[in-house]
Design a protein around this ligand. Structure first.
Ligand code: NI
Length: 175
């Protein structure tokens, strides 16, 4: 297994709609393993979608247990062909994304979701979750539709923030 390079905005593959997984080949298994390794190689990363590594396949990996604060979660989830079957409520919270490394934003999403997906061994997954984990899953499923969190932001001017640690330091005038 290996850590894959992450595509960043404005790479056009990030704006593409992904194909359902219909072959359960060694290549698919390899890609799932690589995506897992790639997610865990990024400190604090709680989710990744296949298109972020350039593979236009409907595969997402989520692990909300890696959040800085303890949140209700199902541990590591490998979701193949995931769909949000039902959603309710709403809240707004700050999001980041490996593909937009310099930005965070306040994004409105459903509070409660029910997800249907397949596991890597082709078993059906039915999952109900809320709040942070629901947000992460919805964010990753958005990637499969070619959507980034910027597409969900209500106001670019007030809801998008530059990450401090990526700011370019002022040029020092030599003294
Ligand atoms: Ni993302």
């Amino acid at each position: 297994m290996s850590v894959l390079p992450i595509l960043t905005y404005p790479n056009p593959l990030l704006k593409s709609i992904c194909e359902p997984v219909d072959d359960w080949s060694d290549d698919t298994e390899q890609l799932i393993g690589d995506l897992i390794d790639t997610m865990y190689a990024q400190p604090g990363c709680v989710g990744i979608a296949a298109p972020q590594a350039g593979f236009l396949k409907r595969i997402v990996i989520v692990d909300a247990s890696r959040h800085r604060q303890p949140v209700s979660n199902h541990g590591r989830l490998v979701l193949i062909n995931p769909v949000i079957e039902w959603q309710d409520g709403e809240n707004i919270a700050r999001e980041g994304c490996l593909s937009l490394p310099h930005l965070t934003a306040n994004v409105r999403r459903a509070r409660d979701v029910r997800i249907r997906a397949l596991s890597p061994d082709k078993a059906e997954i039915l999952l109900a979750t809320s709040d942070f984990e629901a947000r992460v899953i919805a964010h990753e499923i958005d990637h499969l539709e070619g959507l980034l969190f910027l597409d969900r932001v209500a106001c670019l001017k007030t809801d998008v923030f530059r990450r401090k640690r990526y700011e370019v330091p002022d040029k020092k005038i030599p003294s």
